[in-house]
Ligand binder design. Structure first.
Ligand code: CA
Length: 224
């Protein structure tokens, strides 16, 4: 098995903000993210044998997303496809699943929500690049969703774990409140919210007050 080779995920999305939000998050989670901004380009990337999963926006400038989905299904029946959809109606969902989507996420979505679906679809296959991250006394097991520090295991909620994982994937790096909001809560989350501060406090309570440092005026950092 080539656990050191990141799994390739193709993001077919024409809105640059969403495409970069998703691809940055996937890279932070250890995947190799490739962005395609048209259906034609996305189809070519998706059919590349090294692609493990496709995230597909339905509203594309050239070919309709459903046609891309149908073409992918025909040529690579086992390739997992997660659809990004703006519609919330039940008939649309049924139609998407009928058309061969493995799962869907309704816009607006948080990255954590999409990542959970990506992981679920890839679970039976190869793991993402690294599943256990060790930084000093801290060990973060991404596959088992557990965190231990100095031998003590902390009980973390899904959101707390995702925040910790983002820090652990960027040890020593200062992450701004906005970057953390984008990666953990979603691209349209209220930027004035103090939710990051609140969750950093939860991590400190559970893992020790110095697990994450505050960098005044810049953000937060997990000491490397
Ligand atoms: Ca679109």
């Amino acid at each position: 098995m080539h656990h050191h080779v990141p799994m390739r995920v193709v993001v077919i999305e024409d809105e640059p903000g969403i495409a970069s939000f998703v691809s940055q998050g996937l890279s932070a989670a250890g995947y190799q993210a490739v962005v395609a901004s048209t259906g034609a380009e996305g189809l070519a990337e998706g059919l590349d044998p090294s692609t493990s999963l496709v995230v597909l926006d339905l509203g594309l400038p050239d070919i309709g997303g459903d046609q891309v989905l149908a073409a992918l299904r025909r040529k690579r029946p086992d390739l997992p496809v997660i659809v990004l959809t703006a519609s919330t109606g039940v008939p649309d969902r049924v139609r998407l699943l009928d058309a061969g989507a493995d799962d869907y996420v309704t816009k607006p979505f948080s990255f954590a929500e999409l990542l959970a679906r990506v992981r679920a679809r890839l679970r039976s296959g190869q793991q993402a690049s690294s599943t256990v991250i060790t930084i000093g006394e801290l060990t973060v097991d991404v596959a088992r969703r557990t965190a231990t520090r100095a031998g003590a295991t902390a009980e973390l909620s899904a959101r707390e774990f995702t925040l910790l994982e983002v820090f652990a994937r960027h040890p020593g790096q200062v992450l701004s409140q906005q970057q953390l909001l984008d990666l953990v809560w979603g691209y349209d989350f209220d930027p004035g919210s103090n939710v990051v501060e609140v969750y950093v406090a939860y991590l400190r309570r559970k893992l020790g007050s110095d697990v994450v440092q505050t960098v005044r005026g810049a953000g937060y950092r997990l000491p490397s």
